[in-house]
Design a protein around this ligand. Structure first.
Ligand SMILES: *Cc1c(COP(=O)(O)O)cnc(C)c1O
Ligand code: SF4
Length: 355
């Protein structure tokens, strides 16, 4: 428990976003230098979290505006996102959904779940449901099974995407049973695609969140194998984080390790403008330079898309192809709706001389 010095002190700090990690993840941090360790930096609160910059917000993506029923966010026409639970195994210090995450609500009530199912039943234009949160895999296999069965009974054609950090921070949580529950495999061993040929039956995908090559452990790889064997493809979303992975060799090693494990690197995300996360922010110009170098060093399928969730609820865009121009204090992007959105040039705004 004293592997990372100071952890017990910070747990009692006044930080509004709780501090929590797993013994597995804590053991990945190097004890000699926790203050400069890329793993410890992701779960140890720092004083900088209490400073809030003018462009930061507690709800940077305007989730509230797109809430269609308790727990369900409908931002894009064809997909919805379910806030499955507000709990996580690790509270990542860079989390952008901290206005919801880290509370004490747990999974939706039966009434809330009924309303979610009614919504997807009445909206055939929705083809995909993301199970996010919080971390859905903090629920038991049977609680998850109830939610997934509800979705599959209501909409057998629905594509399900489960977003979870558990393969990284608590990989032993994923068992053969978990993989079968996620895949929707029946007790008799039938896969959902074999049960009824009259309606299109859909796949379940899992998106995990590894930010550093040291997080791609043998146990992570084993968890991924269990999922893939059950027919659940695995993707990764990494966040570009200062002091964690903002150098080219670390990024190269991360994406190569994921690719080797059979995981599609999918997204490298620019940090959202969540309050108290400015110390993690990497200038977009630097992210673009890293991407150019990654394309020289890695095979095509190992290169992620560098993406940004436009501030104010504009949606996710690929940075390199959506950047319209550079202004004195902001990057200007074109959103999927055709409108312009700006993201601050933090490298210019910084006054302390760092970077
Ligand atoms: C990120 C996100 C999605 C998924 O976006 P993709 O680009 O398909 O990965 C869907 N809904 C919400 C609310 C999101 O924030
Ligand atoms: S696991 Fe995801 S939702 Fe939970 S704290 Fe980390 S980034 Fe936020």
């Amino acid at each position: 428990m004293t592997l990372v010095p100071g952890l017990s002190d910070v747990q009692n700090s006044s930080s509004s976003f709780p501090c929590k990690t797993t013994s597995f993840y804590r053991a990945l941090a190097q004890a000699e230098d926790p203050l400069h360790d890329p793993i410890a930096a992701q779960f140890l609160p720092r004083d900088e979290e209490h400073s809030r910059e003018a462009h930061e917000s507690t709800d940077p993506l305007d989730d509230q505006r797109f809430l269609v029923t308790e727990r369900l966010i409908h931002r894009y026409p064809d997909r919805v996102l379910l806030l499955t639970t507000d709990r996580c195994a690790v509270y990542c210090r860079h989390c952008f959904r901290r206005h919801f995450t880290g509370g004490r609500q747990g999974p939706p009530t039966a009434t809330e779940l009924d309303k979610v199912l009614a919504y997807i039943s009445e909206h055939p234009e929705v083809h995909e449901i993301l199970l996010s949160g919080g971390d859905p895999l903090t629920l038991s296999d049977s609680d998850l099974g109830v939610i997934l069965q509800g979705i599959r009974r209501t909409r057998p054609d629905m594509i399900v995407r489960i977003c979870s950090r558990i393969p990284v921070v608590n990989p032993l949580r994923i068992t053969e049973t978990t993989a079968r529950v996620l895949a929707g495999i029946e007790p008799d061993g039938r896969h959902p695609t074999e049960t009824d040929q009259s309606v299109p039956q859909s796949a379940t995908w899992l998106v995990t969140h590894a930010n550093h090559p040291r997080e791609v452990t043998p146990s992570f790889v084993a968890a991924v194998r269990l999922l893939m064997r059950a027919g659940v493809p695995v993707l990764n979303q990494a966040v570009l984080l200062r002091g964690v992975n903002d150098d080219i060799d670390t990024l190269e090693a991360l994406f190569r390790a994921l690719y080797r494990a059979g995981v599609n690197p999918y997204y490298l995300l620019q940090t959202d403008l969540a309050a108290g996360t400015s110390h993690f922010r990497v200038p977009i110009s630097q992210g673009i330079a890293h991407m150019q170098e990654l394309r020289k060093r890695l095979s095509g399928p190992a290169v992620p898309v560098y993406a940004l969730d436009l501030p104010g609820g504009g949606g996710k865009v690929p940075i390199e192809s959506s950047l319209l121009r550079l202004e004195a204090a902001a990057y200007i992007f074109q959103g999927p709706d055709g409108h312009e959105y700006s993201y601050p040039r933090t490298e210019v705004a910084r006054t302390d001389g760092a970077r």
